[in-house]
Structures are given as C-alpha cells and as structure tokens.
Design a protein around this ligand. Sequence first.
Ligand code: C2E
Ligand code: MG
Ligand code: MG
Ligand code: MG
Length: 283
Amino acid sequence: QAKRAGRNRYRFFLPSMNEGALERLGMEEDLRHALERGEFELHFQLKVDTTSGNMTGAEVLLRWRRPSRGLVPPAEFIPIAEETGLIVDIGAWVLEQACRKVVEWGERLPAGFRLGVNLSMRQLQGDIDEAMRDALAATGADPARIELELTESMLMEDTERAIGLMDRLSAQGVQLALDDFGTGYSSLYYLKRFPIHRLKIDRSFVSELPHDRSCAAIVQATIALARSLGLEVIAEGVETTDQRDFLRDAGCPECQGYLFGSPVPAEAFAALLEGRRQQIGAS
Ligand code: C2E
Ligand code: MG
Ligand code: MG
Ligand code: MG
C-alpha cells in the first residue's frame, strides 16, 4: 500500500511532467522581455474582393521570433500574454506598428484598403480607445485605414462598457469587425446595438463549404443578416475555389484565406503592393 502511494507520489514528479510546467514558465519569462528585445513581428494576409480578386485590405497577424525556438504562432503565446497582462503593451505595440505600415505604404495602398488588427479581451478591459488614439497621433495614420477585429465573447463580458468603447473607437474613424462570427454567443439584440461595420464569418463554417448543408445555410443566413442590418461581411479561411465560388454566388463581397495567400512578412507584403502598382501602371 505504502509502496504504491510512494510510487504514485514519485510519478507526480516525473521529469516529463515537470517539463511542461517548466516550459510554460520559461515561455512566460522570455515573453516578459520579448517586446524590449524586439522579438515580435507582424505578418500580413490579404483580403480580396470575391468577384474580382482585387486587394481590399489585409489582416495583421502577430508572430514571436523566440531565440533558438523560431517563429511562435499566436495560439502558443497569446493566452500567456493575456493571463500575465503582457498583452496590453504588446497590443499597443501592434497597433502602433500597424499604423506605421499604413503610413509607410501610403499611396501604394489601393483606395478603401483597411489593415485589420486583432484585439484581445484584456485590451478591451483597458483603455483601448486611448491606445488607439496614441497610435494614430504618434504615426499620423489615416484612421479609416484601420479596422479592429473583436470577437463576440469579448463583447459579452461587460457589454455596456464594450459598447461605450466601441462608440469612442468608431468616433475616431476606425472601423470595427466582429471576428470569428457565429462561434460566440452574442444575441441579435446586441448585434443591432454594436457600432460595428463588418461581420467576419468564421473559418469553421467556410471550411465545410460547399458540401455541408448546415454550414452552407449558416453562411447564407449570415450574409443575409449582415445585409439587412446594413453591415459588410467577409469570409475567413477560404482555401478552395469551390468555397470562393459558393461565397461569391451567395453574395459575400470579400474573402480571406490561403487560396489568396498565407500571412507574409512586411517586406513580402510590400513587394505584393509594388507588384500590384506595376500591374496597374502597365495596363
Ligand atoms: P484570427 O483573427 O481568426 O486570424 C485568422 C487565423 O487563421 C490566422 O492564424 C491565420 O493565419 C489563419 N488562416 C488564414 N487563412 C487561413 C486558411 O485559409 N486556412 C486556415 N486553416 N487558416 C487560415 P494565426 O496567425 O495563427 O492567428 C491565430 C489567432 O491569434 C487569430 O485568429 C487571432 O485571434 C490571434 N491573433 C493574431 N494576431 C494577434 C494580435 O496581434 N493580437 C491579438 N490579441 N490576437 C492575435
Ligand atoms: Mg482576426
Ligand atoms: Mg478570425
Ligand atoms: Mg478565426
């Protein structure tokens, strides 16, 4: 009996189990210095007009170049950044960098181009409207070029406060999109009250198009809902031409996904903009 308990206790401290906790702790420690050490970078993924394929905007996607570990995707470090509160400073940095890119790329950007920036729950609990104002003031970026991507679950926490924040952000001239739409639990009542410009249909519905009948119905209904509420709509995670064709026929004006391009570093995205300009110049 004692032997078994002893063995169990031993098992609890198995090195393999410690490794996970240590790795988590190491990541947290490294994350604390990542910003000052300049280890974050932004990648950019195209958004396109479903029918013409023309560029309508891009989404900023954060990456962490962790020394000796390579490029870390947000799913691995954003949760830790959220828990520790580090996301507030990281998020402010992302906002300012995004604004800098808008200024830097200037007239290479097509008319109506929007750069989408993801926000986290923690940022919305803080003074995100001030962070936005600071980023715009520091860079001189045109607020109409910035679109903030929020999720339903972020907005359902303290809805009245969130609506106030969204109103103040909207008043600054930035656009607001509801990301991963359909996966959260916002009511239609709130949807009407949120001062948002756009719904972003979640990848989980798009990936089952066109064969899954429920996903097809949900996507069509979302497009109709957006229309009747006077909102724009975009589909994320578009990977195949069949999906694109379905979305086009369903009247979804805008798409984003690997079919049109993966997220790429700033230099590669700038080259893409340059290529587009040369194309226009040649035609
Ligand atoms: P999200 O905002 O829904 O971003 C879309 C994710 O889907 C991105 O993953 C993107 O690379 C990926 N994706 C794009 N097209 C396709 C496709 O055709 N197929 C598939 N399978 N995936 C596609 P990523 O870059 O790993 O980002 C994951 C999430 O991390 C984002 O989801 C967003 O919630 C969060 N995130 C990214 N950057 C930031 C940031 O700067 N701040 C905050 N707070 N969150 C961020
Ligand atoms: Mg997003
Ligand atoms: Mg999304
Ligand atoms: Mg998503």
